[in-house]
Design a protein around this ligand. Structure first.
Ligand code: PLP
Length: 225
C-alpha cells in the first residue's frame, strides 16, 4: 500500500475511535517503511505475533513506540520477549506466566499482561475458556513481576462482524466478573478485542484496546497467523 494511504487510514481510524480506546497497529508482514508511515500518522503501539519479526523491526524503529505481543508466545522465547515487549496480551497458562515472571525478575522488570480468552471455545486455539479464567488468574496474581491488567480475545473469524458480537459479550462477562472479584494485584483495566472487520462491534461491547491491521495498512499479501 502506498505510504500516503496508510497515513490517511491511520488518521481516519484514530479520529473515529471514542476517547479512551487504544489503537494497536497489528503490523505483521509490514515493511519498516509502512510501519514508520503509521507511526508518523500517530500510531503509538505496535502489535506483533512473532518475536523474530518484532525483533527485526525493533532494530529499525526502536522504543519510540510501545510494543505489544499479540501472538502465541513460546516458552523458550520468553527471555528475549520480555526484553522487547511492553505488554504481553496472550498469557494463557500458569506455566507461561511463571516463565515470564522469572525472566522479568532477572532484569528487574514488571510486565503488564492480559489473559487471552478462547471466546469461541475453538479446539486448537490458544487462550483459556471464559469460564476457566478465574482459576487461572488466581495463581498468576501472586507472581511479583507480573501485573494482570485485563483480557484479550481473538474470537472466530467471520465475514460478518455481527457474528463476533456474542464472543465479545462472553469475554466482557468474564472481564466484569473478575473486576468484581477484587483479586489482589489484578486490575481489569484493558479489554483487547476486535480487528479490522469487527472493531466497531468490539467497542460497542466494551473493548478499550482494538488491534487493527488490514484497515490501516491494506490487505496482507499473504495471511500470516
Ligand atoms: C493480524 C491480527 C490482528 C489484526 O487483523 P486485521 O484483520 O488485519 O485487522 C489483530 N489481532 C491479532 C492477534 C492478529 O494476529
Amino acid at each position: 500500500m502506498y505510504i500516503n494511504s496508510i497515513k490517511e487510514s491511520v488518521t481516519e481510524i484514530r479520529k473515529s475511535l471514542p476517547a479512551g480506546v487504544v489503537l494497536v497497529a497489528a503490523a505483521k508482514t509490514r515493511s519498516p517503511e509502512e510501519v514508520q508511515a503509521a507511526i508518523d500518522a500517530g500510531i503509538k503501539i505496535l502489535g506483533y505475533n512473532y518475536l523474530q519479526e518484532a525483533e527485526r523491526i525493533y532494530q529499525i524503529i526502536g522504543n519510540k513506540v510501545q510494543w505489544h505481543m499479540i501472538g502465541h508466545l513460546q516458552r523458550n522465547k520468553v527471555k528475549i520477549a520480555v526484553d522487547l515487549f511492553d505488554m504481553i496480551e496472550t498469557i494463557d497458562s500458569v506455566k507461561l506466566a511463571e516463565e515470564v515472571n522469572k525472566r522479568c525478575a532477572a532484569i528487574s522488570k514488571i510486565m503488564p499482561v492480559l489473559i487471552e480468552i478462547n471466546s469461541g471455545k475453538e479446539l486448537n486455539k490458544t487462550g483459556v475458556l471464559p469460564e476457566d479464567v478465574d482459576k487461572l488468574v488466581k495463581p498468576i496474581s501472586s507472581l511479583p513481576n507480573l501485573r494482570v491488567q485485563g483480557l484479550m480475545t481473538m474470537g472466530p473469524r467471520f465475514g460478518s462482524p455481527e457474528d463476533a458480537r456474542q464472543y465479545f459479550k462472553a469475554t466482557k462477562l468474564a472481564f466484569d466478573r473478575l473486576s468484581k472479584a477484587g483479586i489482589h494485584n489484578v486490575e481489569m483495566r484493558y479489554l483487547s478485542m476486535g480487528m479490522s472487520n469487527s472493531y466497531k462491534v468490539a467497542i460497542e461491547e466494551g473493548a478499550n484496546i482494538v488491534r487493527v491491521g488490514t484497515k490501516l495498512f491494506g490487505e496482507r499479501s499473504y495471511p500470516k497467523y
